[in-house]
Write a protein that binds this ligand. Structure first.
Ligand code: PSU
Ligand code: MN
Length: 305
C-alpha cells in the first residue's frame, strides 16, 4: 500500500532532504481545541525553521497520508476525540472502511517506515501502564519499536506509566533508549524519573551515527531518543505525582480502560493543574520537534556520505 504525500514531503523524500514525521493522535486526543491546532501549526513551523520538512501523518478517508494541509490539521484538531484513535491494530479496519484515523506513535512509526521517513517527533511515547500486572495494558507503541526503523524523539515516556517496566520491556525488545544530553530517563512533565538511561549522546550528529549503525547492521526497529522537557517548563515529579495518582483513581472509578485510558488521564491532569500540564506538554513537543529537525538534518547528511 502506498502512502500519499503532500507535494513538499514528496519533493523532500525524492531529494533525500530531511523530513520529520509527526503524529495526529496527539492533536485529536492529546490536547483540547484550539490549543491542539496552535500546537500542530507551531510544531510544523519549528521543523521548517530547523531546515526540515514536517510530515504530519494520519489516515484520511482510508488513505495513508504524510503531510497534511492546514485545513486537514484543523479538521483533526476540531473533531478531536470523535476521530478514531488508530494504533497498528486499527489500521486495516480504518483503511478498509475508508474512515479518518488519528495515528498514535505506533501507527505513525509504521507509516513513516513505509514512507521512508526515519525521524519522528512526538510528546511522550506510550509504554507499560502502572497496573499492567493485572490489566495487561502495555502500549502497542513498544511493540512497534521492535519493528519499524524510525528514531522517535520523546520526552521520556508519559509519567502516568510505570517507567521502570517500560524500560525493561524496551530492553527485551532490543530497542536502544538514548538519553539526549541526559543520564536520566525523563518523565514527560519532569526532567527526572530516578531511572538511568542505558546510553547517552550529546549531539544530533552522534544520534544520526547511531541510527546509521543500527540499520546498517540490519538490526530492525526503532530508537528512543529521550529528550527532557526544558527546565523552565517542567513540573517537578513531587508536584505532579499526587495529581497523577488522583487521575489514576478517577479512571478506575469511572471504569476507563483500553485506548481511552491515556487521553482520559492527560485530560484529567490538565484539569487538575488548571492547564499547567497542558502548557508543559506543548513545550516538550516543541522541544522534541526542534531536536528532531536537527537529527533529520544530520541523518540526511550521513546518507550522502
Ligand atoms: N504524546 C503526547 N500526547 C499524546 C500522545 C503522545 O504528548 O496524546 C499519544 C501518542 O499517540 C501515543 C499514545 O502513541 O498517546 C499512547 O496511547 P496508548 O497508551 O493507548 O497506546
Ligand atoms: Mn493501552
Amino acid at each position: 500500500m502506498k502512502v500519499k504525500f503532500s507535494a513538499a514531503v514528496k519533493a523532500a523524500i525524492a531529494k533525500g532532504k530531511p523530513v520529520v514525521a509527526l503524529e495526529s493522535t496527539i492533536i485529536a486526543h492529546g490536547m483540547p481545541y484550539p490549543q491542539n491546532f496552535a500546537m500542530a501549526q507551531k510544531v510544523e513551523g519549528i521543523i521548517r525553521h530547523g531546515g526540515a520538512v514536517p510530515a504530519t501523518i494520519a489516515i484520511i478517508k482510508g488513505v495513508l497520508r504524510a503531510g497534511l494541509s492546514e485545513k486537514e490539521l484543523q479538521l483533526f484538531a476540531q473533531e478531536g476525540s470523535s476521530i478514531i484513535k488508530v494504533s497498528t491494530r486499527d489500521m486495516p479496519f480504518v483503511v478498509a472502511q475508508k474512515l479518518n484515523g488519528a495515528t498514535t506513535v505506533a501507527s505513525t512509526m509504521r507509516i513513516a517506515e513505509m514512507a521512508g521517513i526515519r525521524v519522528f517527533a512526538t510528546g511522550g511515547m506510550g509504554g507499560v501502564h502502572r497496573s499492567a500486572q493485572t490489566t495487561f495494558d502495555i502500549s502497542a507503541d513498544l511493540t512497534e519499536f521492535a519493528n519499524s526503523n524510525v528514531a522517535v524523539v520523546t520526552a521520556g515516556a508519559k509519567a502516568i506509566l510505570d517507567l521502570g517496566l517500560t524500560l525493561e520491556t524496551l530492553e527485551t525488545l532490543g530497542v536502544p533508549v538514548v538519553g539526549f544530553a541526559t543520564d536520566e530517563f525523563p518523565a514527560f512533565y519532569s526532567r527526572c524519573s530516578g531511572f538511568r538511561v542505558p546510553m547517552r549522546l550529546n549531539t544530533p550528529d552522534e544520534i544520526a551515527a547511531m541510527m546509521w549503525a543500527k540499520w546498517k547492521m540490519n538490526l530492525r526497529g526503532g530508537i528512543v531518543v529521550a529528550n527532557p522537557i526544558p527546565a523552565a517548563e517542567e513540573i517537578p515529579a513531587s508536584e505532579i505525582e499526587p495529581i497523577i495518582q488522583a487521575a489514576l483513581k478517577l479512571a478506575q472509578t469511572q471504569g476507563i480502560d483500553g485506548k481511552d485510558t491515556t487521553p482520559f488521564l492527560l485530560k484529567a491532569i490538565a484539569e487538575a493543574t488548571f492547564g499547567r500540564s497542558l502548557k508543559a506538554n506543548i513545550a516538550l513537543v516543541e522541544n522534541n520537534a526542534k531536536l528532531a529537525a536537527q537529527i533529520a538534518k544530520a541523518y540526511s547528511q550521513k546518507r550522502k556520505t
